[in-house]
Structure formats: C-alpha cells, structure tokens
Design a protein around this ligand. Sequence first.
Ligand code: GCV
Length: 695
Amino acid sequence: MRISELTFIVAIAGMISSCGKTGQLCDVNGHNLWFHSLSEGKAQILSEDKSTMSIADNEIHNYWKGKQTVSCLLLNDAEPELGNEGYRIEFSKNDIHIYSNTETGVLYGVYDLLRRQETDGIMSDGQVTEIPAFDVRILNHWDNPNLTVERGFAGQSLWKWEELPDRVRPEYEEYARANASVGINATVLNNVNADPCMLTPEYLEKVRVLADIFRPYGIKVYLSLNFAAPKHLAGLGTSDPLDADVIRFWNDKVAEIYSIIPDFGGFLVKANSEGQSGPQDYGRTHADGANMIADALKPYGGIVMWRAFVYAATAEDRAMQAVDEFMPLDGQFHSNVIIQIKNGPIDFQPREPFSPLFGQMEKTKMMVEVQVTQEYLGHSNHLVYLHPMWKECLDSDTYMRGEGSTVAKVTEGKVLKYGMSAIAGVANIGDSVNWCGHHFAQANWYAFGRMAWNPELTSEQIADEWLKQTFTDNSKFVRPITELMLASRENTVHYEMPLGLHHIFAGAGHYGPGPWEQSMRRDWSPTFYHKAAADGIGFDRTMNGSGAVAQYHEPLKSLYDNVETCPEELILWFHHLPWDYTMKNGETLWNALCHTYQHGINAAAAYIDTWASVRKYVDDWRWNQINDKLIRQAKDALWWRDACIGYFQQFSGMELPSDCSPVQHSYDDLRKFRLRISNYETPAPDALPEYGLIK
Ligand code: GCV
C-alpha cells in the first residue's frame, strides 16, 4: 500500500456512556437526531478547528467507546478505486484503520465506524469497503426567502436569511454534520419555485456563509434559479435563452457566484411548470434553456439539474406528459445537464408506478427525485417510513436494455455509461426543535442519505440502524417498531388511496380526502383521476384508454395493459373497472376497496397499542409526542375511509361488507368540513391541528 500522507488520530476509549446502550431513559426533545445514543441527549458542537480532519478527529475523540485504537490514513489518491469519497475500514483486535483518498472519505469512514458502534457492527477482524452509488446525493429545500417552506411541515425555514450573514446559528453546522453522517454531499437551499432575489449579491453573501460552514462536511451548495432572472435582476426585455444579452447575463452571474463560492455545485431548474417561466415562453425548448445555463457553468465544473415535472391543463393524461415532452429532446442536452425526474409520473402519490421516462431516454443523463417531506402522506402528523416506497421505484425494472435495467442502475449510470450520477430528496427539515415535525420523520431524512449512498440497503436494515441510534438498541423496542415502520407506507396507501387510486386530496393542502372535489383545472381535480361513476372506477390508461401503458417497455406494457396481469395494487391506476369486477381472491372490486380501507384503519389504530407496549423504552417527551400523533393518525385514517367509501358508495350503490366497521362520519359532514391543516405552508411546529371547519 502506498500511503503518501499519514494522519494519525488516537482514540480515547470509553469516554461516553449512552442512554441507548444502557437502557437509561433520558428526556430529550429529538434535536439530536440519530446521534441520540452517542451524545446522551446533549447538543454537541464539535471542534473550534473546522478542517475536515479535525472534525473527524473530534468525532472519534468524543464518541468512540471501543478498546481499539482508531487511526485515519489519508491515501491522497494512492487507491484510485476508492474514488473521491470511498473509504475502507480495517478491523483487528487492537486497531482500527480508516483509509480514504480524501478527507471527506475519512469523515464518512468515521461516521460509519460510529454507526457500527451503536448498531453492533464492529468486527474483531476483517474489512469493509464503501463507495457511494451516486456522485451527487442532494437535498432539495423548498424554502423561500420569507422563511416559509413550500410543503414544509416542520416549522419555518432553517435558513434565517434576515440574520445572515452576520448571525450564524449552530443549527447550520448541526445540519451539515447530520447530512455528512449519512453521506449526503449536496444541498439546494431554495425553493424550485424560485425567487430571483436568491441570485442577488446580497443573498449570495448569505449563501457564502452557509457554503463555508458546509464545506468541511463535504457538502456543496446549489441554488434553484428563476429562469426569468435576466428580466427581474438585470431589467432585460427578455429571458430568451438564445438572446446574446441573456447569455451574457448568465455567464456574468455564474462568474460572480464562483468568485464568492468557488466550489458552487450548480443550479436546479423548474421551468415551464406550474406557472414558472422557462424557455418555452420564447418558443425555445427545454434543451435550449438547460444548455444555455449548462454552458455558463461548464468552465467551473458546475451542473444543471433540469426538472421533468411538466404538465399542461389541456393534456388528456398528465401521467404521459414528461415522456411526450422530453423524449423528442433525447440526445440534445449538454454533458453537464441531468434531467431530474420524480419517482412517479404524476406527483409523489403514496403509490405510483415508476416514471416511464426512466426507461426511455437513452442519450440523456437522468436522476430520481423523491419527496422526503410528506406532502401526500399525512404531513408531519402521520408516521410513514418512506424508504419502502423509494426502493420500490429504484428496484423497478425499466427493461431499457433488457431485464435488469432497474431505475437504480439506469440512474447510477450502469446501464448507459453516464460519467455523472445523482439522486435528490425534497427535504422535510425546518426550524422545529426536532427538525422534521414528527420524530419518526427523521427516519426519512436518514433513509434518504443511506439510500443515496447505497440503494441496495434494505428498508429493514435502515430502519433497524436508525432506531438503535435514535432510541435504544433493546430488541424489545427495535423489533416491534421496525415492523411497524416497515408496514407503515403500505398501510397509508390502504387508508388513503388503495388499489391504484391517486390524487384524491382536498384542496391545495394535500392533507385530507376530497374525492368529490373539482378544481378549476381538471388535472388538479380528484374526480379527473378516480373517474368514479355508475359504471365503475379508475383511470383507463390501457391501449383502449389514454395509452399511457405504451410508454413502458415490454413486458410491462402488456402486463399493465391486461387487467388479468396488472398488479392489483395498481389496478385502478391503469384500468377503469366495474364495481362488481372480480378480483383475484374472488371478491368484488367494491368489497376489495372496502376491505383495503378497513385494513388501513385497523393498522393505524393498532400503532397506538404497539406504541403503548414499548412505553418503558422511550423517554416521556418523545413517547408522548409520538403517541399524540398516532392518535391523530388513527382518526385521520378513519376520516379518509369514511370520506372515500361514503363518496364512492353513491355510485356503486353497494353496501359495506359486514366485516367492515360502520362509517362514523356523515357524508354531509365530510363534504362540509375538511381535515384542518392550519396552513398551506409551515403550520406551527409541534401543533396538533384539531378537526375543524374549513369550508
Ligand atoms: C414546489 C407539487 C407540489 C408543489 C411543488 C411541485 C413541484 O405540485 O404541490 O408545491 O412546487 O409539486 O414539485 O414543483
């Protein structure tokens, strides 16, 4: 082994006693995230010296409890196969060595070691090598300069723009540390519905402060841009991407940004979508727009993440529009453009098939965008562990180049050679004391990072390690709560929109049910998606309907097209079926709907009992807060079932099966009142909104 430089860190063993390990109960507010068992519930800011190596040094010094001496060895590219961020840990009886080419890789190795310490992963001998699957593992914050967070349910924005650059809150470094500990290496600070002010010198100076704090933790800063910035900021008469003044504006703006933030990552762009400006305003294509920005970034190594979330009110089937719009542009995007695609073709629904675009573009880099914030999954009131949903997408086979071309492999750049890969998660973080509004929502932030590092990890493994670090490693707690977490996403599908139903939320808040709602735009109306009528329910996307199945490669196209082979959990996504259609188990579609909803409400009610059974393993503060939210979740599940079944029953004319619990809310009440969610954006951090009157 060639080791060009050696940094030696001596660990002090046995310094910390831990709540988690000893089973001792501490009252904590959740602010310590998954560092709970390390830090005994005390917030810790690390060393004064903010170099990456000193941070690594301090983490070991403060938190390593083992007997072995830990040393970190910087290889300085002596082992190219480890890349820029990979590391190797070698275990022996007396020593542990962490090797990496870079300081960031060493830091990742240190966090791996500490995770192993808390989750029984320390080996007496042997070695592990870790290399991240995706190059850019990025959080997307939908945070606005006025401190609101679009679809944020954990208080206000973490970024206190009015205080920056002068006042620097400790949470900024805590955020960086949390991200580094799970391998997240990038962040987009502002909303994709971007305020142009973010690119002004005043705001860039604020961004610089955050970038400086994040840098030693291996995190690069990116920004969302407003495509009309040349008009807004420079007073140009146009933002046409082929206009010479516009091109000059972006070249100058990018040069300015790099003079302030030399390792700036690049831009995220939402263009010609939901009212945002874009190249089509000037008769240009998405490729024209993306390439113009990409060319400005290229000399500095920056990238453009250009979103494929586009749809128009006029289209027959919103689920088809990304493919229709982007496929003709395949091959036209420059090498530093990557198309950012939501996991499903509509919009982060509790269950969607994977977006067919992942199987279609063969000459364009693509990345997955998942939503960590629970816009459509009960906000920060419901316990829903999202990793199973994301993994379902990543493991889906696109058949782009025959069997095995999963979404993960395509976007990792293993099916077609990409040279750059990325994955994004829309953050669920705010200034709430526990960061995410619900203590269990922290698991989704954690899981996003772990998945972005290694999409092969199972949901169970991630839940298990998160629970052990966040609460206790006592198996009497970990076993039942892991099971609860693993079932939680499917249960939420069951009580919100089973069997492939989608987009049946009330109003713009996307919290409670609104199956009866008709918006001014049909593609925002629940009735457009479920199409419940006397003849049945479901959206026909077969070759006899919208034809969306044709956007999938065989054998999926035929599988989805044929009602006999279409997976039942997606049957109403692809088919419109009569109420008495016979399901695989012999019951009618109506009865299957009722039973699935019932399953969901029973499961949500059972969470309360499971949580009661682990009462003695959890501190009072967190146990009570979670318990309150579980009660709310069970009530909401019932409300969802009553609303949907009550509404659909008008068309089916069929009775609830006798083994289902009776509907408890009258249909009139359900129509008149919505589940109150006090605010479209940023409800009070730890508030438990009551049922209320919102007409
Ligand atoms: C940031 C959905 C959400 C919007 C969000 C949009 C997007 O439509 O409801 O709040 O806007 O997706 O992803 O751009």
